[in-house]
Design a protein around this ligand. Sequence first.
Ligand code: FAD
Ligand code: NAD
Length: 326
Amino acid sequence: KKKVPDNYSKEAVPSYDWFQTDGSITVVIYTKQKDMNSELVIADLQERKLRGELIVKDYSYLLHLELSYAVHEDMIGLYYRKCRLLSKTNVSHDTQLFCLALPLGTHLLVPVGHHVYLRQTITGTEIVKPYTPVPSFLVSTFKNPCHDDQLHIFFIIKIYPSGLFTPVLDALQIGEYISVSNPEGNFMKSQMEDVEDLFLLAGGTGFTPMVKLLSCALTSSNNLRAVKFMFFNKTEDDILWRNQLEQLALNDARFEVQFVLSEPKKGWKGKEGKISSSLLSQFVKRSKCDSKVLICICGPPPFMEQGIQFLQDLGYSSKEIHCFTA
Ligand code: FAD
Ligand code: NAD
C-alpha cells in the first residue's frame, strides 16, 4: 500500500481467487469497483513469480504469487470458438437456461461431469469462468438416450446482480456471440462402471453436473439399483427443474429426489437445514452391505468441504466420493 488512510477499511481491500487449466492460470481480483479497466492493472511474470499491481482510486495494491512451476508463454491455451445466443429461458427467479448455437464447422460434445469456460471481455479485460453444459430437458433426454442434439449447447446459469461475469451474460442479446472453450474436468466415466448405488448431493447451481450424470446413469448403467438425489436450496423458489425431477422419480422407480431448504418459508413440510452428518447418515446408505457406491457432490465451496468431511466421518472412502471442481 502506498499509505494507510485514516478511514482505512479492511472491506475495501481487494481479494483474489485463482484457477488453472492444463494451459493457463487465471487470477481473478475482486475490487468491488465498477470502473476498473485494463490500464489499472500491471502484471509481470518472471520465471515463477507473478507480480501484479492494481490501482484502485488513490491506492495501489500489490499481489505477489509464487507459482509451483514456471509458466511459459508458448503453452497451448484452451481453444475457444464463438457461439451465437439463440434463446434465454427463465428456470427460476434468478436462473436462466441459455441456448447457444455451435458454429457449423464445430463438433463438440462435452463429456459427462466436465465443464467449459465462457469468455467475455469486460471493460477491456478478458474474463473466463467455468460452466457445466446441461441437456435441454431432464426427462426428454432420459427418454431419448441417443444423445443431445449436436448443434446446440445449453447452460443453466444463475445471475448474481453484484457478480462480475453473470450480469454481462444476462445483458447478452439474442444473436450476439460468446466464446466457449474446449471441455475440461476430472470426472471419468469409468467411475460409474459397476456402480450399484449412486448418490448425488447438490447445492444451488451445483445441480448442473448432476443433470447429465443422472440421465447417463439411468440409461446406460447395467448394475444400477438406485440413484438418490439430495438437492439443497435456500427456498422452494430456488429449486431448479423441480417438476422435471419429480416427473423422473415417478417414471423410474430407481430414482428418488429429496429437497432440503436452508431458508424455508412458512408451510414447507419437507426437510430443513444445511448439509449435516445426520441428514447424510439417513440418506446415504448402501442398498446391500457390499454394494459399490459413488457419491457425487457439487455446490458452494463450504458446502462441498463440509459434505466431504461428513461422508469421510461416516466411513466412505475418497474413491467413493467425487467432488466437482474446476
Ligand atoms: P462473482 O463476481 O464471482 O460473484 C459471485 C457472488 O459473490 C456475488 O454474489 C458477489 O456479490 C459475491 N462476491 C464477489 N466478490 C466478493 C468479495 N470480494 N467478497 C464477498 N463477496 C463477493 N454457475 C452456474 O450458474 N452454472 C453452472 O453450470 C456453473 N458451472 C460451474 C462449474 C465449475 C467447475 C465451477 C468451478 C463453477 C461453476 N459455476 C456455475 C459458477 C461460475 O463459474 C461463476 O462462479 C458464477 O457464475 C459467478 O460468477 P460472477 O462473476 O457473476 O460472480
Ligand atoms: P446458494 O447460495 O443458493 O446455496 C444453495 C445451498 O447450498 C444452500 O441452501 C445451503 O444448503 C448450501 N450452502 C450455501 N452456503 C453454504 C455454507 N456456507 N455452508 C453449508 N452449506 C451452504 O448457492 P448458489 O448461489 O446456487 O451457488 C452454487 C455454487 O455452486 C457456486 O459456488 C458455484 O460456483 C458452484 N458450482 C460449482 C460447479 C462445479 O462443477 N464445480 C457447478 C455449478 C455450480
